[in-house]
Design a protein around this ligand. Structure first.
Ligand code: PLP
Length: 392
Protein backbone atom coordinates (compact mmCIF):
# COMPACT_ATOMS: atom_id res chain seq x y z
CA UNK A 1 0.00 0.00 0.00
CA UNK A 2 1.18 3.54 -0.68
CA UNK A 3 2.09 5.69 2.32
CA UNK A 4 0.56 8.80 0.78
CA UNK A 5 0.02 11.78 3.12
CA UNK A 6 -2.45 14.57 2.33
CA UNK A 7 -0.70 17.96 2.13
CA UNK A 8 -2.01 21.01 3.96
CA UNK A 9 -2.39 23.41 1.05
CA UNK A 10 -4.61 23.05 -1.97
CA UNK A 11 -2.85 22.89 -5.36
CA UNK A 12 -5.00 25.04 -7.63
CA UNK A 13 -5.91 23.78 -11.06
CA UNK A 14 -4.16 26.80 -12.57
CA UNK A 15 -2.12 29.81 -11.55
CA UNK A 16 -0.95 32.51 -14.01
CA UNK A 17 2.77 33.08 -14.51
CA UNK A 18 3.24 36.86 -14.26
CA UNK A 19 6.68 38.36 -13.59
CA UNK A 20 8.06 41.86 -13.07
CA UNK A 21 8.55 42.10 -16.85
CA UNK A 22 4.79 42.03 -17.43
CA UNK A 23 4.05 44.22 -14.40
CA UNK A 24 6.62 46.82 -15.53
CA UNK A 25 5.18 46.94 -19.06
CA UNK A 26 1.64 47.39 -17.72
CA UNK A 27 2.78 50.22 -15.42
CA UNK A 28 4.64 51.88 -18.32
CA UNK A 29 1.47 51.63 -20.39
CA UNK A 30 -0.61 53.21 -17.65
CA UNK A 31 1.88 56.06 -17.46
CA UNK A 32 2.13 56.43 -21.26
CA UNK A 33 -1.16 58.26 -21.65
CA UNK A 34 -2.44 55.65 -24.13
CA UNK A 35 -4.39 52.86 -22.49
CA UNK A 36 -6.99 51.89 -25.13
CA UNK A 37 -6.15 50.21 -28.45
CA UNK A 38 -2.95 51.90 -29.58
CA UNK A 39 0.77 51.41 -30.18
CA UNK A 40 1.30 48.42 -27.87
CA UNK A 41 -1.60 46.51 -29.44
CA UNK A 42 -0.05 47.12 -32.87
CA UNK A 43 3.35 45.98 -31.59
CA UNK A 44 1.80 42.86 -30.12
CA UNK A 45 0.04 42.09 -33.41
CA UNK A 46 3.30 42.47 -35.31
CA UNK A 47 5.30 40.41 -32.83
CA UNK A 48 2.68 37.67 -32.81
CA UNK A 49 2.42 37.52 -36.61
CA UNK A 50 6.21 37.29 -36.80
CA UNK A 51 6.32 34.58 -34.15
CA UNK A 52 3.81 32.26 -35.80
CA UNK A 53 4.90 33.20 -39.31
CA UNK A 54 1.63 34.66 -40.58
CA UNK A 55 0.94 37.70 -42.74
CA UNK A 56 -1.70 39.26 -40.48
CA UNK A 57 -2.58 39.14 -36.79
CA UNK A 58 -5.56 41.00 -35.33
CA UNK A 59 -5.60 41.37 -31.53
CA UNK A 60 -9.04 41.02 -29.98
CA UNK A 61 -10.62 40.87 -26.55
CA UNK A 62 -11.15 37.07 -26.70
CA UNK A 63 -10.82 34.00 -28.83
CA UNK A 64 -14.60 33.97 -28.97
CA UNK A 65 -14.44 37.33 -30.76
CA UNK A 66 -11.77 35.96 -33.10
CA UNK A 67 -13.89 32.91 -33.97
CA UNK A 68 -16.92 35.13 -34.60
CA UNK A 69 -15.25 37.69 -36.87
CA UNK A 70 -13.30 34.97 -38.66
CA UNK A 71 -16.56 33.35 -39.79
CA UNK A 72 -18.28 36.67 -40.53
CA UNK A 73 -15.34 37.79 -42.65
CA UNK A 74 -15.60 34.61 -44.71
CA UNK A 75 -19.25 35.49 -45.38
CA UNK A 76 -20.77 32.75 -43.20
CA UNK A 77 -24.43 33.53 -42.53
CA UNK A 78 -28.01 32.26 -42.50
CA UNK A 79 -28.55 29.03 -44.43
CA UNK A 80 -24.92 27.95 -44.07
CA UNK A 81 -23.59 24.96 -42.13
CA UNK A 82 -20.29 24.92 -40.27
CA UNK A 83 -18.73 21.64 -39.15
CA UNK A 84 -17.00 21.48 -35.79
CA UNK A 85 -16.37 19.14 -32.86
CA UNK A 86 -18.55 18.49 -29.79
CA UNK A 87 -15.37 18.23 -27.65
CA UNK A 88 -14.81 21.95 -27.23
CA UNK A 89 -15.83 24.99 -25.26
CA UNK A 90 -19.25 26.35 -26.21
CA UNK A 91 -17.92 29.47 -27.89
CA UNK A 92 -16.61 27.43 -30.84
CA UNK A 93 -20.19 26.52 -31.73
CA UNK A 94 -21.98 29.54 -30.23
CA UNK A 95 -20.18 31.84 -32.67
CA UNK A 96 -21.52 29.81 -35.60
CA UNK A 97 -25.03 30.49 -34.29
CA UNK A 98 -24.13 34.16 -33.74
CA UNK A 99 -23.49 34.33 -37.51
CA UNK A 100 -26.97 32.96 -38.16
CA UNK A 101 -25.51 29.66 -39.42
CA UNK A 102 -26.00 26.10 -38.18
CA UNK A 103 -23.31 24.21 -36.29
CA UNK A 104 -22.95 20.61 -37.45
CA UNK A 105 -20.93 18.28 -35.26
CA UNK A 106 -18.51 15.55 -36.29
CA UNK A 107 -17.29 13.02 -33.71
CA UNK A 108 -13.72 12.94 -32.43
CA UNK A 109 -10.87 10.57 -33.05
CA UNK A 110 -10.87 8.73 -29.71
CA UNK A 111 -7.08 8.50 -29.69
CA UNK A 112 -6.51 12.27 -29.62
CA UNK A 113 -9.76 13.99 -28.66
CA UNK A 114 -9.57 16.05 -31.88
CA UNK A 115 -12.15 16.05 -34.66
CA UNK A 116 -11.94 12.99 -36.92
CA UNK A 117 -11.52 14.04 -40.59
CA UNK A 118 -13.40 10.91 -41.72
CA UNK A 119 -16.39 12.03 -39.61
CA UNK A 120 -16.12 15.55 -41.09
CA UNK A 121 -16.36 14.06 -44.59
CA UNK A 122 -19.62 12.32 -43.64
CA UNK A 123 -21.20 15.60 -42.50
CA UNK A 124 -20.54 17.68 -45.64
CA UNK A 125 -23.68 18.81 -47.49
CA UNK A 126 -24.31 21.43 -50.21
CA UNK A 127 -24.91 23.91 -47.35
CA UNK A 128 -21.51 23.35 -45.71
CA UNK A 129 -19.39 26.50 -45.94
CA UNK A 130 -16.68 26.06 -43.30
CA UNK A 131 -14.89 23.72 -40.92
CA UNK A 132 -13.76 24.80 -37.45
CA UNK A 133 -11.28 22.18 -36.23
CA UNK A 134 -10.24 22.57 -32.58
CA UNK A 135 -6.66 21.80 -31.59
CA UNK A 136 -7.88 20.19 -28.40
CA UNK A 137 -5.69 20.59 -25.31
CA UNK A 138 -2.70 21.52 -27.49
CA UNK A 139 -2.88 18.34 -29.54
CA UNK A 140 -3.27 19.30 -33.19
CA UNK A 141 -5.93 18.11 -35.57
CA UNK A 142 -4.82 16.01 -38.50
CA UNK A 143 -4.85 19.04 -40.80
CA UNK A 144 -3.85 17.54 -44.16
CA UNK A 145 -7.08 15.54 -44.66
CA UNK A 146 -9.11 18.48 -43.30
CA UNK A 147 -7.58 20.93 -45.80
CA UNK A 148 -7.98 18.30 -48.55
CA UNK A 149 -11.73 18.25 -47.85
CA UNK A 150 -11.76 22.05 -47.75
CA UNK A 151 -10.07 22.21 -51.17
CA UNK A 152 -12.40 19.62 -52.66
CA UNK A 153 -15.61 21.26 -51.42
CA UNK A 154 -14.40 24.91 -51.40
CA UNK A 155 -14.76 25.32 -47.64
CA UNK A 156 -13.23 27.94 -45.38
CA UNK A 157 -11.16 26.59 -42.47
CA UNK A 158 -11.08 28.61 -39.25
CA UNK A 159 -8.82 26.74 -36.83
CA UNK A 160 -9.74 27.07 -33.17
CA UNK A 161 -6.20 27.36 -31.81
CA UNK A 162 -7.30 28.57 -28.35
CA UNK A 163 -5.15 25.82 -26.84
CA UNK A 164 -2.49 25.57 -29.50
CA UNK A 165 0.01 28.41 -29.30
CA UNK A 166 3.45 26.75 -29.72
CA UNK A 167 1.94 23.48 -31.01
CA UNK A 168 3.14 22.17 -34.37
CA UNK A 169 1.63 20.01 -37.09
CA UNK A 170 4.27 18.01 -38.94
CA UNK A 171 6.92 20.35 -37.59
CA UNK A 172 5.16 23.59 -38.60
CA UNK A 173 3.75 26.01 -36.02
CA UNK A 174 -0.01 26.27 -35.99
CA UNK A 175 -0.74 29.60 -37.68
CA UNK A 176 2.24 29.33 -40.01
CA UNK A 177 1.45 29.65 -43.76
CA UNK A 178 -2.26 29.24 -43.19
CA UNK A 179 -4.71 28.57 -45.99
CA UNK A 180 -7.55 29.59 -43.67
CA UNK A 181 -7.36 31.37 -40.31
CA UNK A 182 -6.40 30.52 -36.75
CA UNK A 183 -7.94 31.90 -33.55
CA UNK A 184 -5.98 32.01 -30.28
CA UNK A 185 -7.07 32.62 -26.70
CA UNK A 186 -5.11 34.55 -24.09
CA UNK A 187 -7.53 33.85 -21.25
CA UNK A 188 -5.97 33.65 -17.75
CA UNK A 189 -5.26 29.90 -17.91
CA UNK A 190 -3.73 29.87 -21.38
CA UNK A 191 -0.05 29.26 -22.26
CA UNK A 192 0.23 33.00 -22.97
CA UNK A 193 -2.16 35.26 -21.11
CA UNK A 194 -3.38 38.84 -21.34
CA UNK A 195 -6.04 38.20 -18.66
CA UNK A 196 -8.68 38.02 -21.36
CA UNK A 197 -7.73 38.28 -25.01
CA UNK A 198 -7.48 36.66 -28.39
CA UNK A 199 -5.83 36.86 -31.80
CA UNK A 200 -7.04 36.17 -35.32
CA UNK A 201 -4.22 35.15 -37.61
CA UNK A 202 -4.42 34.75 -41.38
CA UNK A 203 -2.43 35.12 -44.59
CA UNK A 204 -5.62 36.19 -46.40
CA UNK A 205 -5.72 39.98 -46.97
CA UNK A 206 -9.49 40.07 -47.45
CA UNK A 207 -10.27 38.12 -44.27
CA UNK A 208 -7.94 40.38 -42.28
CA UNK A 209 -9.39 43.59 -43.72
CA UNK A 210 -13.00 42.50 -43.13
CA UNK A 211 -12.23 41.19 -39.64
CA UNK A 212 -10.76 44.56 -38.66
CA UNK A 213 -14.02 46.20 -39.70
CA UNK A 214 -16.28 43.65 -37.97
CA UNK A 215 -14.24 43.82 -34.77
CA UNK A 216 -13.97 47.61 -34.70
CA UNK A 217 -17.64 48.63 -34.55
CA UNK A 218 -17.86 48.31 -38.34
CA UNK A 219 -15.79 51.45 -38.84
CA UNK A 220 -14.67 51.92 -42.42
CA UNK A 221 -11.03 52.29 -41.45
CA UNK A 222 -8.83 51.72 -38.49
CA UNK A 223 -9.89 54.75 -36.47
CA UNK A 224 -7.93 54.02 -33.32
CA UNK A 225 -5.66 56.99 -33.97
CA UNK A 226 -8.40 59.47 -34.85
CA UNK A 227 -7.57 61.37 -31.64
CA UNK A 228 -3.90 61.78 -32.57
CA UNK A 229 -2.48 64.86 -34.28
CA UNK A 230 -3.22 64.51 -37.97
CA UNK A 231 -5.82 61.80 -37.33
CA UNK A 232 -9.12 62.32 -39.09
CA UNK A 233 -12.42 62.53 -37.19
CA UNK A 234 -14.33 61.27 -40.22
CA UNK A 235 -15.41 57.66 -40.43
CA UNK A 236 -18.24 55.58 -41.82
CA UNK A 237 -19.91 52.55 -40.24
CA UNK A 238 -20.02 50.06 -43.11
CA UNK A 239 -21.11 46.99 -41.11
CA UNK A 240 -23.13 46.68 -37.88
CA UNK A 241 -19.90 45.60 -36.19
CA UNK A 242 -18.81 44.60 -32.72
CA UNK A 243 -16.64 46.13 -30.01
CA UNK A 244 -14.06 43.34 -29.94
CA UNK A 245 -10.74 45.15 -29.81
CA UNK A 246 -7.85 44.37 -27.52
CA UNK A 247 -6.43 47.39 -25.67
CA UNK A 248 -2.91 48.41 -24.74
CA UNK A 249 -2.91 47.23 -21.10
CA UNK A 250 -3.68 43.72 -22.33
CA UNK A 251 -1.14 44.01 -25.15
CA UNK A 252 1.50 45.08 -22.61
CA UNK A 253 0.99 41.74 -20.86
CA UNK A 254 0.98 39.92 -24.18
CA UNK A 255 4.24 41.45 -25.41
CA UNK A 256 6.19 40.41 -22.34
CA UNK A 257 4.46 37.00 -22.15
CA UNK A 258 5.46 36.36 -25.76
CA UNK A 259 9.10 37.09 -24.82
CA UNK A 260 8.80 34.44 -22.11
CA UNK A 261 6.76 31.88 -24.06
CA UNK A 262 9.65 29.52 -24.80
CA UNK A 263 10.81 29.53 -21.17
CA UNK A 264 7.25 28.86 -19.96
CA UNK A 265 6.79 26.11 -22.56
CA UNK A 266 9.92 24.29 -21.47
CA UNK A 267 8.48 24.09 -17.94
CA UNK A 268 5.19 22.73 -19.27
CA UNK A 269 7.01 20.12 -21.35
CA UNK A 270 8.99 18.94 -18.35
CA UNK A 271 5.86 18.50 -16.21
CA UNK A 272 4.00 16.72 -19.01
CA UNK A 273 6.92 14.31 -19.46
CA UNK A 274 6.86 13.51 -15.73
CA UNK A 275 3.09 12.86 -15.85
CA UNK A 276 3.39 10.71 -18.98
CA UNK A 277 6.15 8.58 -17.47
CA UNK A 278 4.32 8.11 -14.15
CA UNK A 279 0.83 7.39 -15.48
CA UNK A 280 1.75 5.11 -18.37
CA UNK A 281 2.75 2.44 -15.85
CA UNK A 282 -0.76 2.13 -14.37
CA UNK A 283 -3.49 0.11 -16.13
CA UNK A 284 -6.24 2.17 -14.45
CA UNK A 285 -4.99 5.29 -16.24
CA UNK A 286 -4.87 6.20 -19.91
CA UNK A 287 -2.43 9.10 -20.46
CA UNK A 288 -2.70 11.25 -23.62
CA UNK A 289 -1.58 9.68 -26.87
CA UNK A 290 0.49 12.07 -28.99
CA UNK A 291 0.54 11.18 -32.71
CA UNK A 292 3.77 11.48 -34.68
CA UNK A 293 2.47 14.57 -36.53
CA UNK A 294 1.90 16.51 -33.27
CA UNK A 295 4.26 18.68 -31.27
CA UNK A 296 2.09 19.17 -28.19
CA UNK A 297 2.19 22.50 -26.30
CA UNK A 298 0.56 20.87 -23.27
CA UNK A 299 -1.99 23.57 -22.66
CA UNK A 300 -3.97 20.89 -20.84
CA UNK A 301 -3.00 17.56 -19.41
CA UNK A 302 -6.13 15.49 -20.01
CA UNK A 303 -5.79 12.18 -18.21
CA UNK A 304 -8.35 9.46 -18.95
CA UNK A 305 -9.20 6.95 -16.30
CA UNK A 306 -9.96 3.33 -17.22
CA UNK A 307 -13.25 2.63 -15.39
CA UNK A 308 -13.05 -1.07 -16.32
CA UNK A 309 -10.12 -1.36 -13.88
CA UNK A 310 -11.52 0.87 -11.13
CA UNK A 311 -14.27 0.62 -8.53
CA UNK A 312 -14.99 4.37 -8.88
CA UNK A 313 -16.01 6.53 -11.82
CA UNK A 314 -14.50 9.78 -13.10
CA UNK A 315 -16.69 12.00 -10.90
CA UNK A 316 -15.62 10.11 -7.77
CA UNK A 317 -11.99 10.20 -8.90
CA UNK A 318 -12.27 14.00 -8.99
CA UNK A 319 -13.76 14.04 -5.48
CA UNK A 320 -10.85 11.88 -4.27
CA UNK A 321 -8.36 14.29 -5.85
CA UNK A 322 -10.14 17.21 -4.23
CA UNK A 323 -10.01 15.39 -0.86
CA UNK A 324 -6.26 15.16 -1.42
CA UNK A 325 -6.06 18.92 -2.11
CA UNK A 326 -5.58 18.68 -5.86
CA UNK A 327 -7.62 21.03 -8.07
CA UNK A 328 -8.87 19.66 -11.38
CA UNK A 329 -11.15 20.54 -14.26
CA UNK A 330 -12.96 18.72 -17.06
CA UNK A 331 -12.35 19.69 -20.68
CA UNK A 332 -15.01 19.48 -21.84
CA UNK A 333 -18.62 18.65 -21.17
CA UNK A 334 -19.52 18.11 -24.85
CA UNK A 335 -21.28 21.12 -26.39
CA UNK A 336 -23.84 18.69 -27.79
CA UNK A 337 -24.85 17.75 -24.21
CA UNK A 338 -25.69 21.37 -23.35
CA UNK A 339 -29.35 22.30 -23.09
CA UNK A 340 -29.01 25.16 -25.60
CA UNK A 341 -27.98 22.52 -28.14
CA UNK A 342 -30.14 19.56 -27.14
CA UNK A 343 -33.23 21.77 -27.12
CA UNK A 344 -32.40 23.30 -30.52
CA UNK A 345 -31.08 20.28 -32.40
CA UNK A 346 -32.24 17.24 -30.37
CA UNK A 347 -28.77 15.74 -29.89
CA UNK A 348 -28.28 12.63 -27.74
CA UNK A 349 -24.90 11.61 -26.27
CA UNK A 350 -25.08 8.41 -28.36
CA UNK A 351 -24.92 10.55 -31.54
CA UNK A 352 -21.21 11.12 -30.77
CA UNK A 353 -20.02 7.87 -29.17
CA UNK A 354 -16.28 8.65 -29.11
CA UNK A 355 -16.92 12.08 -27.63
CA UNK A 356 -19.17 10.64 -24.91
CA UNK A 357 -16.76 7.83 -24.02
CA UNK A 358 -13.90 10.31 -23.83
CA UNK A 359 -15.96 12.74 -21.74
CA UNK A 360 -16.92 10.07 -19.19
CA UNK A 361 -13.24 9.35 -18.54
CA UNK A 362 -11.40 12.68 -18.54
CA UNK A 363 -9.80 14.74 -15.81
CA UNK A 364 -7.61 17.78 -16.49
CA UNK A 365 -4.75 17.87 -13.99
CA UNK A 366 -2.83 20.97 -12.89
CA UNK A 367 -0.07 21.80 -15.39
CA UNK A 368 1.46 25.28 -15.45
CA UNK A 369 4.92 26.83 -15.33
CA UNK A 370 4.67 28.07 -11.73
CA UNK A 371 4.13 24.55 -10.34
CA UNK A 372 6.97 23.52 -8.05
CA UNK A 373 8.72 20.14 -8.40
CA UNK A 374 7.14 19.17 -5.09
CA UNK A 375 3.65 20.02 -6.38
CA UNK A 376 4.17 18.01 -9.57
CA UNK A 377 5.37 14.98 -7.60
CA UNK A 378 2.48 15.39 -5.18
CA UNK A 379 -0.11 15.38 -8.00
CA UNK A 380 1.49 12.22 -9.40
CA UNK A 381 1.45 10.55 -5.98
CA UNK A 382 -2.17 11.56 -5.34
CA UNK A 383 -3.37 10.18 -8.70
CA UNK A 384 -1.45 6.91 -8.22
CA UNK A 385 -2.70 6.60 -4.64
CA UNK A 386 -6.32 6.80 -5.83
CA UNK A 387 -5.69 4.44 -8.75
CA UNK A 388 -4.17 1.92 -6.33
CA UNK A 389 -6.75 2.31 -3.58
CA UNK A 390 -9.72 1.93 -5.93
CA UNK A 391 -8.21 -0.62 -8.30
CA UNK A 392 -10.47 -3.59 -9.01
C1 PLP B 1 -11.33 25.35 -27.42
C2 PLP B 1 -11.70 26.74 -27.02
N1 PLP B 1 -12.13 27.60 -27.97
C3 PLP B 1 -12.48 28.87 -27.67
C4 PLP B 1 -12.40 29.33 -26.39
C5 PLP B 1 -12.80 30.74 -26.10
O1 PLP B 1 -11.71 31.49 -25.65
P1 PLP B 1 -11.94 32.91 -24.95
O2 PLP B 1 -12.25 32.65 -23.52
O3 PLP B 1 -10.61 33.62 -25.12
O4 PLP B 1 -13.02 33.58 -25.67
C6 PLP B 1 -11.96 28.50 -25.37
C7 PLP B 1 -11.88 28.99 -24.00
O5 PLP B 1 -11.21 28.49 -23.16
C8 PLP B 1 -11.60 27.17 -25.70
O6 PLP B 1 -11.20 26.32 -24.74
Amino acid sequence: MSNFRVRENFIPYNRPDITNAEIGEVVDTLKSGWIARGPRTLQFEQAFAKYVGAKHALALNSCTAALHVSLLSAGIGPGDEVITTPMTFASTANTVIHCGAKPVFADIDYRTGCIDPAEVAKKITPKTKAIVPVHYSGQVCDLDPIYALADKYHLYVSEDAAHALWSRYKGRLIGNHLKGSACYSFYATKNLTTGEGGMLVTDNDEIDAKARIWAGQGMSKNAWNRYAKGGSWKYDICEPGFKYNMFDIQAALGLRQLDRLEEMQQKRLKIAAQYQAAFSKCDALDPPFVPEYTTHCWHLYVLRIVPENLTIDRDQFIVELNNRNVGTSVHFIPVTNMSAYTSRYGFKPSDFPNTEKHYQRIISLPLYPTMTDEEVQYVIDAVLDIAEKFHK
